[in-house]
Structures are given as structure tokens and as C-alpha cells.
Design a protein around this ligand. Structure first.
Ligand code: DGY
Length: 456
């Protein structure tokens, strides 16, 4: 059944364009959720990489691409492997895997490739990319695919690149020997305008801004995108990085934004566990990875855990202060298996299940708002200020399963599928009424719908 419908979709969508739009729309109206999810991934497939969204995000994004590969692996393993190879083609000589690989596709996206001026760095690759990274989900995805579909040759092929990236994160981005990676731009957190970064922004006063024109409000309402104040700081930071030619030591010394992000470090820890499993499969030494794991495990709580409140707070590495903002990134250590069972219980029972913060209740009817509703900066429709994101729900429910909270995981899964059923594969959702926000036909929402359908 599945093979036939995929074939039908393939006939309707040929190469990088929809050959027969009406037929595509017909299929979308009548197909099962699984087939519709596959159709979205096919729709956004350029042949070389998969766009996160058809208009808003026309290039290849790092952590989007990892999840897209996971989705693709269910119905087109060679295409999933090609997706990963494409992303790795943007790897910098020092190991950094950039947040975006442009692949020379003309687009109206800003910042355009030339804006980054990466050619001034001796580490830049031959292809056009950004000069910053994104949460390292890729090793986890490669392990998941390998465990399900056994791809030892592919693992052997990509393992050196993954190790190189993680090594770069544990050296070039370790500002204090703690093993915790620093991020230098909110875009590296993947949660651009999350309220957890606002404190850091208050200390940043852009003097002269380079000339630029935002492109992100062309296809999505400005009320669902970052505010101007934040956006100007995003651009100001890039300008500083260009002036330092992306030399890591200089960026650590001079970036006015320097943070240790719970989400990023939890994903990195989990990715190191997965990289270790891949290393064992390949008969490679795990000594270096073991060292990273030990170091982070012994410093994680001291840096992030707030014993009074029973949650994790991000850390401003520049000022040496904890960032007292309650966002859903506090649940990400569960995905990495970092909290003790008692800490997990405090996180879940004290916060995730609390309707004043995250659980449905009052005007909020859907899981999991990306910011606690108790935060004054919480906004239900604006990007990372509060809407529900499929990726966060997936990361959280994977964490809940790790700690035996299977019923709660099932509840969040069901609610997530309900949002997708009612509003389609949107970038994010308003937790009050389940309406869709941001990009339509969003690839990772489709990829994770496939994952949640196949691994309920
Ligand atoms: C965007 O364009 O909004 C991205 O999040 C930056 O990578």
C-alpha cells in the first residue's frame, strides 16, 4: 500500500518541481497522514538537498536536514544518505558543520551567502555556507538509521566527519575547560528569539549596522517572526564575526553573545553517546568521546541545575551568570539521560505537568509551549517565544520515554499528531487553538510525523 502511494506521489512530483499541481493537491486531500508527510518531503526535495520550507527556507539547514534524513530513511534510504552527504559537503576544514549550506541555489533568502564573507577564513569550505553552527543532532540520526536499517558502510563513511565536528565543538567552542560548548549567536541555538537570550541582548548595543533588508517577513507574518530589536542584534553579531574572519579564539574572546545553552549541550551529550555507539560498531577507540562525556556529566549540574526551583537554566558565559528564564529547553537534558530520576521527577511533576507553566490548562490547550506561560515574554504565536514546535515535542517525549514516563510521552505524541492533522505540517502551532504559524509544508514536521507514526 505504502509503496504504491509513494509511487503515485513520485509521478505527481517530478524532480525539483511539481509536475502536476492539481494532482498533487488531490493526493494531499485524500492521502493518509503518512503519505502526506512523504509528499511534503518530496515537494521540498531539490534533488541535492531538502528545503526546510518551500519559500521561507530555500537552502539546506543543519539540524533540519538531520531530521529530514531520518524521515527520508523510511521510504528512500539512498536519498536519506544523499541528504547527509550534501550537508557534510559544507563542513569547514576545522570541523565546523555550518548552520546553512547554500548550494548555489539562487533565492531571496537573507542573509544571502555573500553577506557572511566566509572566504576570508582559511577554514571555509569551497562551497557557500554560513559561518556559524547549529545543534548537533546528526550523529543521533545516523545511529537511529543504522540501528533500524543496518548501514555499516555509510557509518564508516560519515563517522570521521561527525567526530571532526564534535571535536571542534569540544575544543574551539570550549571557553572554560568544562567540556560544555559555547554558542556565539542565538541562531546557533536553533531557537533564535527565545526569551532566554533577551538578557544577553540587553547588553548588546549595535553602534553601526551593516545595510540589510530582512527577507524573513516576506512569506510569514511579522507577528510570527522575531522582533526588529532582536533581528538587528542577529545581524550585528554576524558583522562582528566577519571582522574577526571567523577565527574561533577571537570569536570566543570578542563575541558579545557567549552562552552555554542547555538544549545545545544536552543534544551534544546525547550525540556523543550515539557517536560512541557508532565508534564501537566500527571498532574505533572511544577514549576521546569518553573524555567529553565524563567532563560534561561532571559539570552539567553545577552549571545549569537550579536546586531551589528544580529546573535547568541556561548560562551567560560572558557575565558568568545563570539566565533566569524558564523555557522548554529545561526538559532537554532528559533526552540526554543527564538528570537523576529525582531531578527528572522534579522537572516533570513540578514544571511540565504544571498548567501554569507548560501543561494544557486555561486558554492553553496543547503541549508543549516552548516558553513557560509564567514568563512575561511568553507569546503564543511568535516563533520561539512560546508556540508549540514538533521538534521540541519529539525531543521531550524521547526524554520522557528514557525515564519511564511512557503514558505522558504517549499523551504528548497524540496531541502533536492532532495538531498536524488539524493544521497540516506547519513550522509551529498556536497552543491556544491549534492554528498553524510560520512556514507551511515544513519538512521536519513531516519527517517527525513519519517518525512518530512508525515508532509510536
Ligand atoms: C532564519 O532564517 O530565521 C534562521 O533561523 C536563521 O538560520
Amino acid at each position: 500500500m505504502e509503496t504504491r502511494s509513494v509511487l503515485q506521489l513520485d509521478q505527481a512530483i517530478s524532480g525539483d518541481s511539481i509536475a502536476d499541481n492539481d494532482r498533487f493537491m488531490d493526493i494531499m486531500k485524500t492521502a493518509s497522514l503518512l503519505d502526506r508527510a512523504i509528499a511534503v518531503l518530496r515537494l521540498n526535495d531539490t534533488g541535492v538537498f531538502t528545503k526546510p520550507g518551500p519559500h521561507q527556507y530555500p537552502h539546506q539547514w543543519n539540524w533540519d536536514s538531520a531530521l529530514i534524513a531520518l524521515g527520508l530513511s523510511y521510504f528512500d534510504l539512498p536519498r536519506a544518505q544523499a541528504e547527509i552527504r550534501s550537508l557534510l559537503s559544507g563542513q569547514w576544514r576545522d570541523g565546523m558543520l555550518p548552520s546553512v549550506v547554500y548550494h548555489s541555489i539562487p533565492s531571496d533568502y537573507f542573509p544571502h551567502p555573500q553577506f557572511w564573507q566566509i572566504e576570508n577564513s582559511p577554514n571555509a569550505p569551497a562551497v557557500q555556507t554560513t559561518g556559524i553552527t547549529q545543534p548537533p543532532l546528526l550523529a543521533t540520526v545516523v545511529r537511529l538509521i543504522h540501528e533500524r536499517l543496518a548501514i555499516p558502510e555509510f557509518v564508516a563513511e560519515v563517522y570521521p566527519a561527525l567526530l571532526h565536528w564534535h571535536r571542534w565543538l569540544h575544543t574551539d567552542r570550549d571557553a572554560d575547560g568544562s567540556g560544555l560548548a559555547c554558542i556565539i549567536h542565538p541562531w546557533e541555538s536553533g531557537t533564535d528569539d527565545s526569551p532566554r537570550w533577551l538578557h544577553l541582548f540587553e547588553a548588546i548595543h549595535p553602534e553601526a549596522l551593516p545595510e540589510f533588508q530582512r527577507g524573513d517577513t516576506r512569506y510569514v507574518a511579522a507577528t510570527e517572526r522575531p522582533n526588529r530589536t532582536e533581528y538587528e542584534r542577529f545581524i550585528y553579531l554576524i558583522d562582528i564575526f566577519r571582522q574577526h574572519n571567523y577565527v574561533s579564539s577571537e570569536l570566543l574572546a570578542h563575541s558579545p553573545f557567549l552562552a552555554q545553552d542547555i538544549l545545545f549541550n544536552a543534544i551534544l551529550f546525547r550525540a556523543n553517546e550515539d557517536l560512541r555507539a557508532l565508534a564501537l560498531n566500527l571498532g574505533e577507540s572511544t577514549d576521546e568521546i569518553d573524555l567529553w562525556l565524563r567532563r560534561v556529566r561532571s559539570n552539567f549540574d553545577a552549571r545549569f541545575w537550579n536546586e531551589n526551583l528544580g529546573l535547568y537554566y541556561d548560562y551567560d558565559r560572558r557575565t558568568g551568570r545563570s539566565i533566569p528564564v524558564n523555557t522548554a529547553s529545561t526538559f532537554l537534558p532528559l533526552f540526554a539521560g543527564l538528570p537523576s530520576q529525582e531531578q527528572a521527577q522534579r522537572l516533570i511533576e513540578g514544571h511540565l505537568l504544571n498548567p501554569a507553566e507548560y501543561a494544557p490548562g486555561g486558554e492553553v490547550r496543547h503541549w508543549v509551549t516552548t516558553t513557560a506561560q509564567t514568563e512575561p515574554t511568553w507569546e503564543p504565536r511568535r516563533y520561539w517565544r512560546g508556540p508549540v514546535w514538533v521538534i521540541m515535542n519529539w525531543l521531550i517525549l524521547e526524554g520522557l520515554r528514557r525515564y519511564g514516563y511512557n503514558d505522558l510521552a504517549a499523551l504528548i505524541r497524540e496531541d502533536t499528531m492532532g495538531l498536524i492533522e488539524s493544521a497540516g505540517f506547519r513550522e509551529y502551532y498556536d497552543p491556544r487553538d491549534a492554528s498553524g504559524c510560520g512556514s507551511t509544508d515544513f519538512s521536519w514536521s513531516a519527517a517527525l510525523a513519519i517518525e512518530l507514526l512508525r515508532h509510536p
